[in-house]
Design a protein around this ligand. Structure first.
Ligand code: URA
Length: 242
């Protein structure tokens, strides 16, 4: 791979900027200054230094974001801010995209990566990877609701959802004294507005929704809303656990 391409991919600058850096002697390959930006390097074998710091080459990045409400899960939007507006330039250079979508008003776990194959595997309905949500709903949840979610509910257009689990955590009151129920709901699919439509099907409305896990990957409780961090190798693998 050409050194200007490699450094460009990692966000070190444009092709012409990297040409300049080479001329200025800022780039070392295996200890020697590289004056030409079209020099070929093997990222697996060669040691590259940029401005005195070793360059760590990698093809893919994997980020866990605690998505706040108000951002759309897309790489571009004409009207709203997107989740990419929360990500720093050093990661944007890898051109990450969100693995699946959360609604604009949904919070919680969103993985961003440039690894299309992993994203495809995690989202494939055939893989049955569970996505778990914490929700606040405006109805009491009874045994019939729980078994309806288990059997599948009609969310419109004749679509019956696959088996889902519903777990009641308890009841709370908002500032105006209105009661709501706190639940966990786990689904293996990702239809448009699925959780909201499932509660709608049993006569309720979702007041607040937050994704807490995908497969075996749980949202890091130390991440504030809008914060993100890279995933470890084990965490990346855990996303594909059933
Ligand atoms: N289900 C929804 O209704 N909204 C989301 O954001 C995710 C799942």
């Amino acid at each position: 791979m050409r050194i200007d391409k490699l450094l460009g991919n990692l966000g070190y600058g444009t092709r012409s900027e990297i040409k300049k850096f080479c001329k200025q002697g800022m780039i070392l390959v295996n200890g020697a200054e590289t004056k030409r930006s079209d020099t070929h390097v093997d990222p697996e074998k060669d040691t590259i230094y940029f401005n005195g710091k070793e360059v760590i080459y990698r093809e893919f990045i994997y980020l866990m974001l605690n998505k706040p409400s108000g951002y759309v899960s897309a790489t571009f939007d004409n009207f709203d801010e997107t989740v990419l507006d929360l990500i720093d330039e050093e990661y944007l250079a890898f051109e990450p995209f969100p693995v699946g979508r959360l609604d604009k008003d949904t919070e919680g776990l969103l993985v961003l990566t440039n690894d299309g194959k992993l994203a495809h595997r995690v989202l494939s309905p055939k893989k049955h990877i569970m996505k778990k949500y914490y929700a606040q709903v405006d109805i009491d949840i009874n045994k019939e609701h729980i078994s309806a979610f288990e059997k599948g509910v009609d969310i419109g257009e004749g679509y019956i959802t696959k088996t889902a689990t519903l777990e009641v955590l308890g009841k709370e009151k908002d500032e105006e004294g209105n009661e709501f129920t706190e639940v966990y709901v786990s689904i293996s699919e990702g239809k448009f507005h699925q959780v909201k439509r499932m509660f709608h099907a049993i006569g309720g409305e979702v007041l607040y929704l937050k994704r807490v896990s995908m497969g075996g990957l749980g949202l890091d409780p130390d991440l504030e809303l809008g914060q993100y961090r890279e995933l470890s190798k084990e965490e990346i693998e855990s996303m594909e656990e059933k």
